[in-house]
Design a protein around this ligand. Structure first.
Ligand SMILES: Cc1cc2nc3c(=O)[nH]c(=O)nc-3n(C[C@H](O)[C@H](O)[C@H](O)COP(=O)(O)OP(=O)(O)OC[C@H]3O[C@@H](n4cnc5c(N)ncnc54)[C@H](O)[C@@H]3O)c2cc1C
Length: 382
């Protein structure tokens, strides 16, 4: 078997890469180890409107649960600041349906897909990656490719096989647990974030509405005395709601890995650390980088050059698109690491009475001048 491109992993990173590579006329095989693309879910499903602009797709109610207009910040002392918006700022996706939809679209564009097939090794010739070894229902096969693109998630086993260093320290991984719950009394168009040392140390707790009383309720923590599930149980046991699904997973929160390309090989999505470290949001950034991977793959094949020298264009373009976002987000995450409960109380108090528009209109200096306590807080943390 021989393909132009083999893509490893079939969720948002893999399917988007395959979609764009196929749209550019490449012969693509996407390999997913699970028997169903999109499961088990390891995501709360919030994404920006940009995701759909990048994908060049109209958001569809096949996979969109709700439109999001703003968010509510909930402080440790129980105060709430609702930041109201006037337009759609983003969506809550049903990730299972969204990922499968992306895979279906890439198949329609020409991608061949193998499910329940695990890539176990890379094939190399003269140091260059030139294929994969895959196992399907007990049968091992070798598949040749001019280019291999791995989008195999935060625990990527493939990147080290290609000689890329993706090792992370435990404190650079957000550990998450989430219930999908029924019977939630929440505004269907507003996300909620809860902060505090007893609620979500090193992270936050989220309530993302899915409509009709459904919501994803989850917690992401770092460096915490207990696992995420402990905080999830503590919060949800007080709710008059019941879970129908439990998801657990890790999210890389240390920024993009050292290098995302080598001879005949690219790395995409969580595997490459293409996630905003403050929010843990990786759908929009992964989609941006996966689209670039598909386009660079097409150019590389056209020029018959899949060398490191050419493929470095992938990393360069990703850096230009999402590099600053990710870098700034890491800076803010480090600032947030220094906040204590009193700071979250203060920030929430400050945000009360503002809406999204007024906050985005005010310059940082305007915000600080108008709030002496905030100036003190910034002096302390910066
Ligand atoms: C609990 C939680 C909540 C989150 N919430 C949000 C959110 O609300 N918004 C947001 O933007 N981001 C969120 N994220 C992050 C987001 O889910 C990820 O950034 C995004 O899914 C990354 O996609 P990916 O395709 O790179 O990796 P993944 O989604 O991890 O997909 C990797 C795929 O590769 C497959 N695979 C792995 N190894 C192999 C192999 N050897 N052979 C074949 N297949 C293989 C896996 O089965 C999997 O399907 C959340 C993460 C977690 C853990």
């Amino acid at each position: 078997m021989k393909y132009d491109v083999v893509v490893i992993g079939g969720r948002v990173g893999g399917s988007t890469t395959s979609l764009f590579a196929s749209k550019h006329g490449l012969d693509v095989l996407m390999i997913e180890k699970r028997q169903e693309i999109g499961t088990p879910v390891q995501c709360a499903g919030a994404t920006t409107c940009n995701t759909f602009q990048t994908l060049d797709m109209k958001p569809s109610n096949k996979y969109i649960c709700t439109e999001i207009y703003g968010g509510t910040i909930c402080s440790p002392d129980g105060n709430r600041a609702k930041l109201r918006g006037k337009k759609v700022e983003g969506y809550i996706l049903e990730r299972k349906a969204f990922d499968k939809h992306l895979a279906i679209e890439s198949a329609r564009a020409g991608t061949d897909i193998m499910v329940k097939t695990m890539v176990t090794d890379l094939v190399r010739k003269d140091g260059k990656v030139c294929g994969v070894v895959a196992k399907h229902m007990g049968k091992t096969m070798e598949i040749e490719a001019d280019l291999v693109i791995a989008a195999d998630g935060v625990e990527s086993q493939i990147a080290p096989l290609a000689g890329l260093n993706t090792q992370k320290r435990p404190q650079d991984i957000g550990s998450c647990a989430q219930y999908e719950m029924v019977g939630m009394d929440v505004d269907p168009n507003y996300v909620e974030f809860y902060f505090g040392a007893n609620t979500a140390p090193g992270g936050y707790l989220w309530v993302f509405p899915k409509g009709e009383g459904l919501a994803n309720v989850g917690v992401g923590v770092r460096n915490s005395p207990y696992p995420a599930y402990h905080y999830l149980q503590k919060f949800t046991s007080q709710l008059p709601a019941t879970p129908v699904e439990l998801n657990v997973g890790g999210v890389p929160l240390s920024g993009v890995v050292e290098k995302t390309f080598t001879d005949g090989f690219l790395l995409v999505g969580d595997a490459a650390g293409q996630v905003e470290p403050l929010s843990g949001g990786g759908i929009h950034t992964t989609v941006e980088c996966a689209k670039i991977a598909g386009e660079v793959a097409a150019e590389a094949l056209e020029k018959n050059d899949t060398s490191t020298r050419f493929l470095k264009n992938y990393e360069k373009q990703c850096r230009a698109k999402v590099g600053n976002n990710i870098k700034n987000s890491l800076k803010y995450r480090r600032i947030m690491d220094k906040l204590v409960d009193e700071d979250f109380n203060e920030i929430t108090k400050f945000l009360e009475g503002h809406d999204l528009e007024s906050i985005s209109k005010l310059s940082m200096m305007g915000l600080i001048k108008g709030h002496p306590n905030l100036l003190g807080l910034l002096k302390k943390i910066l």
